[in-house]
Structures are given as C-alpha cells and as structure tokens.
Design a protein around this ligand. Structure first.
Ligand code: ATP
Length: 371
C-alpha cells in the first residue's frame, strides 16, 4: 500500500484556463498516509471524480504531480500504477463464474492457483458470496454483481491503493449499510489505502478515518468525522456536515461577548481580543431549549417541529432569525415559546467564512453523538 502525495496539483479540462473558475480542481498540496481510509465528500460537480481519476491515472493533471511512496506516477497510465478501482456500476464478466471473476485479477498476474483459491475464498467469505462462487455471474442480481466488483477490487493484496467511485449507488439501502460496515472491517483487517468518493455524508463518515470535504474544486478540510463535526474550519463544512447543518448568526464581538441584535451571548475564553463583525456558529445538537427562563437563556418563538422518529428538529426564531435545535424524541417542546441556551464551549466564530478560534480545549465537553 502507498502513501499518496498530491503536489501542487490542479486540473482544468479547458486548454487555456484564465481564472480560478476554469479549474475543476484548484491548486492543492496534500499527503495521504499509507493504510488509511479516505472519503472524498462534496456536492455534485465539486471535483471528486476528477481527483480520483487523477490518482488512478485515467486523467492526467494539467498541473502538478501525483507521487506514490515518493515516486512520481503522474505520467503513468492506470495499468502501470498498481491500483484497483471499483466503479459505480458492476464491471464483471457475465459469462464467467463468480469464482473466475474474483480470480481474474490474480490470474492476470500469474499467481499460483493455490494462493488464488485461498484469497478468492477469503474475499468471498468477507462479502458473503461463498454460496455463489460457482454460479454464473450473468444470473445474479444487480446487488450481487456489484459485490463481485467490490471483490475484484479487494482481491489483490499487492496494490498501492483501492479507489472506489460511489460503489454503493446501485445497492439496495439495507445491503448498503451492511457493505459499508464490511468495507470498514476489511480496511481494519488488511490496512489498505482506500480512497472512496461519495456525496453521501453518512457513507463518508461511517467508512473513512479521514474525510476530505470538497467544494468548487477545493479541499475545504481534511479531518476525522469528529473534527468535522466539532471544529469545522469553514462555514461550508459546518453547513454541509451534519443533519441539519450548523446554525450561523451574524454577530458583533466585544470583550468576549457576541451581540446578535439585542441579544448578548457570552462566547468564553480567548475571545476578549476579538472586535467587530463575525459569524457565530453552533450545531443544532449543542443548543439547549428550556421551557422556563433561567439566567443566560434567550427567549425564542417555536416556529416548526419536525418529528424524525429517533429525534426531533425544532426551528426557533430568535428576534426573527431562524435557528435549528436537535432534541431527542423524549424531550418536550414548549408550546409557543421557549428559552435558548448557547453553551459557550460549543460556539465557534467565523470571519470571512473561516474559523477564527476554537473554544478553549479545557472548555470542551463531549458531544451527544459520542456519549
Ligand atoms: P458528481 O458527484 O456529480 O460525480 P464530482 O464531484 O465527481 O461530481 P467531477 O465529475 O469531478 O465532480 O466534475 C468537476 C467539474 O469538472 C464539473 O464542473 C464538471 O462539469 C467538469 N468536468 C468533469 N469531467 C469533465 C470532462 N471530461 N470535460 C470537461 N469538464 C468536465
């Protein structure tokens, strides 16, 4: 498995790009560590597939280099890069048996038949394909065919990286959950370098140890799911990650207190020096909604309650500005108005959309999703 270095990498499909918007990928410099699972996550058209195809060699970058373990592979075609790639739709040989499909990448490399059998059986076991090994691939369901595609990607243990381009799109929702867990187990067991493209945040957050959040051809943040949730470096990440996304309120800072209209919200340690205009960000999970006024709470109108089965989302209005609060199913929602608390440890401040300060480490508490 390889460490992947993207060095001054940028890509424009246009022959003579003049402005930043002409680039499908804007200049980036990253090192992705050997043996880790990365998910490329972002909205449609943000450049995920372009980046994956540059790593695999299907697209040659117009600027910069791709290094595998320090070796420049930018000019090499996919076959010479020693990677496995799994696409959105099954790529299998219908006329062959499931066993022969899985064995194909190994037979191509002239591995001994006994080793091939062991490895194919191991992969078939992991993907729950053991009972199908001798069936013809043509007769199988779309789900099973995609499992074979995944298996073909996973069967070689000598590849630099395995690249997945939205591989679970055609899979039914129940099996999707199962396969996501399987891929994570396989990653933990074999320490493979995996890069996984998806626009589904749940998929990215459950699969990857590092999530690469992209927007408009740029990498906005690379971090663990916990980093992205607790400390979004950019308002885009705050909004894009989470369901619903982070709340943002324009505010004026003065001596550690944020003024949101007439409301004064203490932000906590380390903000005394900040003056002027910022955006206050807080996740719906961290806001507290009380039925009665207590010191430090702010009166809000209850605008809308959305019941989601295991939780409820309450939209409240603070002096006319909408905010979302996430409550557990058991928590009561006040009828017309309630009192909102902004725990300072969970307030983040943004200037020009960039995080200016994470609240002091000592103030951090565990979020509800880690309890
Ligand atoms: P999706 O989730 O919809 O697949 P994506 O994040 O993978 O999107 P890309 O497919 O990498 O995004 O596309 C990034 C940008 O590059 C888009 O503006 C797209 O229109 C453009 N693009 C992609 N492929 C080509 C191509 N072959 N020629 C010209 N422009 C392209």
């Amino acid at each position: 498995m390889a460490r992947i270095n993207l060095k001054n990498l940028a890509h424009a499909y246009l022959p003579a790009p003049t402005s930043e918007t002409d680039y499908a990928l804007r200049k980036m410099d990253h090192v992705w560590e050997d043996g880790r699972a990365y998910a490329l996550l972002g909205p449609s058209g943000c450049g995920k597939t372009t980046l994956l195809n540059i790593i695999s060699g299907l697209v040659q970058p117009s600027e910069g280099q791709v290094l595998f373990d320090g070796k420049d592979v930018s000019a090499l075609p996919p076959q010479a890069r020693n990677i496995a790639q799994v696409f959105q739709f099954p790529v299998i040989y219908d006329t062959m048996s499931v066993f022969d499909n899985l064995a194909f990448p190994l037979r191509n490399r002239k591995q001994p038949e006994a080793e091939i059998r062991t490895r194919v059986e191991e992969v078939a076991e992991m993907l729950e394909l053991k009972d199908e090994l001798h069936k013809r691939a043509a007769n199988l369901s779309a789900d099973a065919k995609q499992k074979i595609s995944l298996g073909r990607g996973l069967v070689r243990n000598d590849v630099a990286a395995i690249l997945f381009d939205e591989p679970l799109t055609v899979i039914d929702p129940h099996l999707k959950l199962l396969l996501r867990r399987k891929l994570k187990q396989i990653h933990a067991r074999f320490n493979l370098t995996m890069v996984y493209v998806t626009h589904d945040q749940l998929e990215a957050l459950t699969f990857a140890d590092q999530v690469v959040v992209m927007n408009e051809g740029q990498v906005m943040q690379i971090g663990t799911p916990q980093d992205l949730f607790e400390n979004p470096q950019h308002t885009f990440v705050g909004y894009f990650i989470g369901s619903p996304g982070m709340n943002f309120l324009p505010c004026q800072m003065h001596k550690g207190v944020a003024s949101v209209g007439p409301q004064l919200i203490p932000v906590g340690h380390g903000t005394d020096q900040l003056h002027g205009h910022f955006e206050l960000g807080i996740r719906p999970e961290f806001l507290k909604l009380h039925p009665n006024q207590t010191p430090g709470t702010h009166r809000v109108e209850i605008d809308e309650v959305e019941e989601l089965g295991n939780c409820k989302i309450v939209r409240v209005l603070l002096d006319g500005q909408g905010l979302k609060v996430k409550l557990t199913e058991e928590q009561e929602v006040p009828a017309e108005h309630g009192f909102l608390e902004f725990p300072p440890a969970w307030i983040r401040l943004y200037a020009d959309s960039i995080l200016v300060r994470s609240t002091d480490e000592s103030q951090r508490c565990k979020g509800p999703h880690h309890e």
